[in-house]
Design a protein around this ligand. Structure first.
Ligand SMILES: Cc1cc2nc3c(=O)[nH]c(=O)nc-3n(C[C@H](O)[C@H](O)[C@H](O)COP(=O)(O)O)c2cc1C
Length: 326
């Protein structure tokens, strides 16, 4: 499949692995890239800009295909030295960056000067248009279904993607709710140039997290996610475990929720420990509604080969067949 995304990113399949805190490490990014997609390292998973440089080098030893780095600009408990992470990305010679969260404008001159292709991930058409206007090369449009931060508009991809196709000039990836060839074919039909997946890539052999987390997601249904931080206007879709339910209950109490009331439950380090130990009630973790479509733990190679074959069959047989003379 050739699309503007495969051509611009120099990849075989129009499938990208979105940045994932504590999951987007070299072994996963390299596996996705080796399978013909675009793997992405998550900058803030690395404790310091120096560690990010080392992780980029490690990834290079595992793949000679293109891979990217995600830089997520969101409110954090500990302040982040964003400028230093940007320098680390530029100095490491990375060719593609995925930005997400707040407006990436302050960091664009440094990326552009280095000739880096910038994909900005956003959750609304107005933000996608803004990203195009400030010079991003591509956007990822994250629908309400997505894991992590869906924004506050609650618009699903069936609306967002055709809107993006109508209004954007730059290529765009459909993100949120994709796990199989049906989704890939549908995204392309709606005008996207490819797809971006998070949750599906968490549940692969190479994702560097405990097997119990992957198994819980295989067993879960599309009803097993919940939205936290709604009251703080920093909504996040996570797996609906006891800790997430506790956070939702605190947010539902009368009066304004203070972040301090929930901070001990949602600390990033607890999420990291949960992924390491497999203790599913130790913290919260991002997961999308698409867990309802996930029922195995394949390698990235198997997953991508299967998805692309399925999408090709749908396009060439099912859809083409609908047009054939009867
Ligand atoms: C465990 C996990 C962690 C994530 N962390 C980040 C992150 O740090 N930065 C970011 O931009 N997106 C993050 N995301 C969102 C993904 O990059 C992607 O946009 C999203 O998962 C797409 O929806 P899907 O899960 O339905 O495929 C995360 C997703 C998951 C599942």
């Amino acid at each position: 499949m050739k699309t503007r995304v495969t051509q611009m990113l120099g990849i075989e399949h129009p499938i990208v692995q979105g940045g994932m805190q504590w999951v987007g490490r070299a072994q996963l990014a390299a596996a996705v890239s080796n399978a013909g997609g675009l793997g992405i390292l998550t900058a803030l998973t690395q404790a310091s800009p120096e560690d990010l440089c080392k992780e980029i080098s490690r990834c290079r030893t595992m793949t000679d295909k293109p891979f990217a780095v995600n830089l997520t600009i969101l409110p954090t408990i500990k302040p982040v030295p964003y400028g230093e992470y940007v320098d680390a990305i530029v100095e490491s010679g990375v060719r593609i960056v995925e930005t997400a969260g707040r407006n990436p404008e302050p960091w664009l001159p440094a990326f552009k000067k280095a000739g880096i292709t910038v994909i900005h991930k956003c959750t609304s058409i107005r933000h996608a248009l803004k990203a195009e206007a400030i010079g991003c090369d591509m956007v990822s449009v994250d629908g309400f279904e997505c894991a992590g931060h869906p924004g506050e508009d609650d618009v699903t991809n069936l609306i967002l993607l055709p809107l993006a196709a109508r209004r954007l000039k730059i290529p765009f990836l459909a993100s949120g709710g994709f796990a199989d060839g049906r989704g890939l074919a549908a995204a392309l039909a709606m005008g996207a140039d490819g797809i971006n997946m998070g949750t599906r890539f968490m549940v692969t052999e190479e994702a560097p997290i405990h097997h119990s987390v992957k198994q819980a997601m295989v067993e879960a249904s599309e009803l097993d996610t919940t939205l936290i931080f709604r009251s703080l206007r920093n909504t996040s879709r996570v797996f609906s475990n006891s800790v997430a339910k506790q956070v939702v209950a605190i947010e539902a109490q009368a009066g304004e929720t203070q972040f301090d009331d929930i901070a001990p439950l949602v600390k990033g380090v607890r999420g990291r420990e949960l992924f390491e130990t497999g203790d599913l009630e130790h913290g919260v973790w991002s997961a999308g509604m698409v867990i309802g479509l996930i029922d195995d733990i394949p390698s990235c190679q198997t997953l991508l080969t299967r998805m692309v074959a399925e999408a090709q069959t749908i396009i060439s047989e099912r859809l083409q067949g609908l047009l054939a003379d009867s």
